[in-house]
Ligand binder design. Sequence first.
Ligand SMILES: Cc1ncc(COP(=O)(O)O)c(C=O)c1O
Length: 417
Amino acid sequence: MSHLSPLLKQSSGVHAERGEGVHLYDREGRAYLDFTSGIGVTATGHCHPRVVAAAQAQVGRLIHAQYATVRHTPMLELTDRLYEKLPESLDAIALSNAGTEAVEAAVRLARHATGRANIIAFTGGFHGRTMASASLTSSSVKPRTGFHPMMAGVAFAPFPHAYRWGWTPEQATAFCLQELDHLFVTQSAPRDTAAMIVEPVQGEYGYYPATAEFMQGLAERCRRHGIVFIVDEIQAGYGRTGRFWSYEHFGVTPDILITAKGLASGFPLSGIAASTALMEKGLPGSQGGTYGANAVACAAALATLEVMDEEKLVANADAVGRHLDERLQALAASHACIDEVRGMGLMRGMEIVDPGSRCADGERAAALLVESERQGLLLLRCGAYGQVVRWLPPLIVTRDQVDDAVERFTKALAKLN
Ligand SMILES: Cc1ncc(COP(=O)(O)O)c(C=O)c1O
């Protein structure tokens, strides 16, 4: 009998033994094409030799150089290297471990800096499982059920889910901005609003990219009212959408950027970036934690950045992501149970519906994952009803591997028809 908590459930039946590149291997040595990337974490693939070597070297030198006690080189080098990827204005970086910690650090900073309490989040957003992050989350009730009351001071404005509403992106955007303005006169006056937090491409809710007009509308209102504009780049950032940061698709610049997942190829590391002037408005002692900026994680993050640059992984995510989109759109055209394929770069989601009723069909999506696994392909689901099959391979994936994965998925579709 396993002593693992029964609540820690796995989406696949695989007992992973080792990983290499795009593949995971189970205890019997069976290979799986891993198009989950550990939920978007293993950007450079499993156990990239450069990342492994950097981590191994660091483990032998210094593991825990506690950053509230001493400085250490991997942390300082990483903040310098990371700054090269950030907009000029975001020149200060605070590192922590999980994504949710970084989200909470961003909210804390916005509240300190503005002296205001309220945060506007957007419907369908996912920001984490700890109290403040769960309070900002509305992708599903799962992180919230039985955990209420949530943190006070959160107001939700609509995100342009054009597919869900059966509208054009323009109609959805106009509605959302109108509702945001309405929210300012009904729920949270600008003078009470510390921040807006948004995923430029929503992840857990079902791979919905924002529109440029929507993001620019948020940025403009933040500027006008002195509200801190926070982008959560935890899932969509770090090259996944074909630009280094996903907000770059939309012609805006955030005041705070939150990153995690792909940052260290699997070592726990997260961070927020803001201007020094904004950071200085935070209260002393409000950033940090025992394990943040772990030296091994920082060394792995430095190697990850080197690999990303040398292997041109952001350009690869763009090019191979377009190829993946073409292949998935072709599948949608020939299979009635795939209603829409959305996303950017190597972040694509497929809406699975019941072919008769056209309603979201989470059970069919689950069955597709089980059958894909039998075919040697690991995928994940997302969406409020578990109805979205999501494709998020590592950024090193090739066109051939995408073709291989799509062939396996096509077989899974055939088995279910
Ligand atoms: C957009 C987004 N924000 C925040 C989080 C929370 O990150 P973590 O699970 O590392 O706490 C996630 C995790 O999936 C995410 O996708």
